[in-house]
Design a protein. Structure first.
Length: 128
């Protein structure tokens, strides 16, 4: 088990993501900001190239194309499967800035059965 929002957890997620199929054009540089956690705010980023998670690190990505900001509690509920990501976005619980088209290019990934299985695997190794 890896503690949520640690580099160990991100590294484990990268390992699990290695089974995801290649999806040409599904590429983006994403910055995540989780606000108000017990240890303060946490920033991490994903670099996705053709559907493959190539980098997943704590910290700030200077040239992020999209930034997603959410509260710790909402992020936790989404990670645990208690809050649908799309619903959270529509309710304003996830604030998005930057190139929305880049974010939309990832929809084939997040709506796939492979991603659903990946999400379950990440949940199984996550300690909250």
């Amino acid at each position: 088990m890896s503690k949520w929002l640690t580099q160990e957890w991100l590294d484990e997620g990268t390992r699990l993501a290695a089974t995801q199929p290649v999806r040409p054009g599904a590429s983006a540089r994403l910055q995540y900001v989780v606000e108000g956690g017990p240890d303060g705010d946490v920033q991490y980023y994903w670099i996705v190239v053709d559907g493959q998670l190539t980098e997943n690190k704590l910290g700030e990505l200077a040239d992020a194309e999209v930034t997603l900001t959410e509260s710790y509690e909402d992020a936790k509920r989404m990670q645990q499967g208690e809050l649908d990501m799309n619903a959270a976005f529509m309710q304003g619980k996830v604030k998005v800035s930057g190139d929305i088209a880049k974010l939309m290019s990832l929809l084939p990934i997040t709506s796939s059965p492979e991603f659903a299985e990946f999400y379950k695997e990440v949940l199984a190794i996550t300690e909250f």
